[in-house]
Design a protein around this ligand. Structure first.
Ligand code: ADP
Ligand code: MG
Length: 236
């Protein structure tokens, strides 16, 4: 599902040039749960953003669902991202002015679904994330754990086959963190590929494989478990 070949990323500003990723070669299978770990500044978020088509590599190629997306236009990459990929961030990134329901509904509005279809889908996902009793509340009225559950609902409402999570438990206490990790595990077990950046060894134990980055390079890959799930046919 995700193949990177000699992926490099250089950030250039007028004064400085930062080499954030060097020759990253990865192969993440459909249905896998992969964790990316490494010290602050080693390139984890940069890699996740490239995998999520939010950013482009400077060099190398990135094959997503059998297509070399580095050769695609911005418009085509946005089209690929929509519906295929859901993002979860450490800081939840909810819109304060919108209710829980409206936050989760937003991706479906972008996809052009009718109001009745949106309502049914949002309610289903809020139920699944055990947060439907808060549908009419605003993000600031919720605890951190609840906000992250809303953010997960927003990420999965379009039924993406890939979830990318950047330190999803970073702002949560231990019990809320466990709840979020259990939700990610459940999503993964129902067939969603998950790639997560984390600082937490405990969270990384949920993953099939831990990819260690250091200074923009993959320094090791440890498999926690044999991936036993049936490979699902690749599709666009
Ligand atoms: P991590 O997520 O592992 O903490 P990042 O991927 O955010 O690390 O950053 C990797 C390196 O790239 C850092 O040195 C960071 O300062 C630099 N970097 C990240 N984003 C940008 C950007 N938009 N412009 C310039 N430098 C950046
Ligand atoms: Mg980061």
């Amino acid at each position: 599902m995700i193949i990177t070949k000699d992926l490099c990323k250089v950030f250039r500003t007028e004064e400085v040039e930062t080499s954030a990723l060097h020759d990253v070669n990865l192969h993440i299978q459909r249905g896998e749960f992969a964790a990316i770990m490494g010290p602050s500044g080693c390139g984890k978020s940069t890699l996740l953003n490239i995998i999520g088509l939010l950013d482009n590599p400077s060099n190398g190629s990135y094959i997503f669902n059998n297509t070399d997306v580095t050769k695609k236009s911005e418009k085509q990459r946005t089209h690929f991202r929509k519906g295929n990929i859901g993002f979860i961030f450490q800081s939840f990134n909810l819109i304060d002015e919108l209710t829980v329901f409206e936050n989760v509904e937003l991706p479906l509005i972008y996809m052009g679904l009718t109001a009745s279809k949106r309502k049914a889908k949002v309610n289903e996902v809020l139920d699944r994330m055990n947060i439907s009793h808060r549908a009419k509340h605003y993000p600031q009225q919720l605890s951190g754990g609840q906000q992250q559950r809303v953010a997960i609902a927003r990420a999965v409402v379009t039924d993406p086959n890939l979830i990318l999570a950047d330190e999803p438990t970073g702002n949560l206490d231990s019990s809320n963190g466990t709840e979020v990790m259990e939700l990610l595990k459940e999503l993964n077990h129902s067939g969603t590929t998950v790639v997560m950046v984390t600082h937490s060894v405990r969270d990384s134990e949920y993953a099939d494989r831990v990819i260690h980055l250091f200074d923009g390079k993959v320094v090791s890959e440890n498999k926690h478990k044999q991936i036993k799930r049936e490979p699902i046919k690749e599709e666009l």
